[in-house]
Design a protein around this ligand. Structure first.
Ligand SMILES: N[C@@H](CCC(=O)N[C@@H](CS)C(=O)NCC(=O)O)C(=O)O
Length: 228
C-alpha cells in the first residue's frame, strides 16, 4: 500500500484521537483510497516524515509528502478528482467556515476538558513534552485547565449553531457528506477518543448526524478504540 498517513498515537498505539488526522482519514475513505496509518508519539520528531514541521497529519503518497489537514484535502481533490471533497467553490468556502467555527468555538470549549486526559493516556516518553508544550500554549498548568468549570456548558452552547443546517439536511454537505462534515466530525473524534465517557450532550439533530457519521464507511469511526 503506497499511501501512508502519519497519525498521532497515545501510549496504547490504537488510541488515535487527533482531530486533524481524523479529518484526513474521513477524506481518504470518501475518496475510496487505500491507505495505511503510521503511528507517531508527541515527542520524538525523528519519527515524523518532516521532523522540522513536527506535526501530523502528513501523508506520503509515492514520492509526494503533503502536510496540514486543509492542504491535504485540497491536494486530494487535485490529485484524485473523482468523488470530490469540495465539488464547488461554494463547498470549499463552507468547509473554510466550519474549520473556522471549530477553531473559534468548539476547540476553546472542549480543550480544557481533554488536556489532562490526554496527558494521562500519553506514552511515558511523551508526557513531559506534552505538559510543557500545552502549558505554554494555554498559559495554565494541566491541573488548572482540568479544574476549569463550565466547559461542558460552553461546548453544548457552541453546538447549537449546527442544529440549523442539521435540522434541515442529513449532512452539512446537504444530502451527502462532504469536507464540511469531515472537518466537524474530525474535531468531534478528539473528545470521543480521549475519554471513556461522553463529555457533553449534543442537541438532537447534531447527535443524530454524529451517529450517521460514525456509521459511514462501514462504521470506520465507530470502530475506533476509545479509552477504557
Ligand atoms: N494546522 C495543522 C495542525 C496539525 C496539528 O496541530 N496536529 C497536532 C495533532 S492534533 C500535532 O501534530 N501535535 C504534535 C505536537 O503537539 O507536537 C493541520 O490542520 O493539520
Amino acid at each position: 500500500m503506497s499511501l501512508k498517513l502519519y497519525d498521532l498515537a497515545l501510549a496504547d498505539p490504537d488510541l488515535r484521537p487527533s482531530p486533524f488526522c481524523w479529518m484526513v482519514k474521513f477524506a481518504l475513505l470518501h475518496k475510496e483510497l487505500e491507505f495505511e496509518t503510521i503511528p507517531v508519539g508527541f515527542a520524538d520528531k525523528s519519527q515524523y516524515p518532516d521532523p522540522e514541521y513536527g506535526r501530523v497529519p502528513v501523508i506520503v503518497d509515492g514520492g509526494e509528502t503533503v502536510k496540514d489537514s486543509a492542504a491535504i484535502a485540497a491536494w486530494l481533490d487535485r490529485k484524485y478528482p473523482d468523488n470530490p471533497l469540495a465539488a464547488t467553490d461554494g463547498e470549499a468556502a463552507a468547509a473554510e467556515f466550519y474549520r473556522a467555527w471549530v477553531f473559534a468555538s468548539f476547540f476553546p470549549a472542549i480543550a480544557p476538558m481533554l488536556v489532562a486526559r490526554i496527558h494521562a493516556l500519553a506514552a511515558e516518553e511523551d508526557k513531559s513534552y506534552f505538559r510543557k508544550s500545552r502549558e505554554e500554549r494555554f498559559g495554565k498548568t494541566i491541573e488548572e485547565l482540568a479544574a476549569t468549570t463550565g466547559q461542558k456548558e460552553k461546548v453544548e452552547a457552541s453546538l447549537q449553531v449546527l442544529s440549523a443546517p442539521l435540522g434541515r439536511y442529513r449532512f452539512l454537505g446537504g444530502h451527502k457528506p462532504n469536507l464540511c462534515d469531515y472537518t466537524v466530525m474530525g474535531s468531534f473524534m478528539w473528545p470521543r477518543l480521549s475519554a471513556a465517557e461522553d463529555l457533553y450532550e449534543a442537541p438532537q439533530p447534531v447527535a443524530a448526524w454524529m451517529e450517521r457519521m460514525l456509521d459511514l464507511f462501514d462504521g470506520y469511526a465507530r470502530k475506533a478504540k476509545r479509552p477504557s
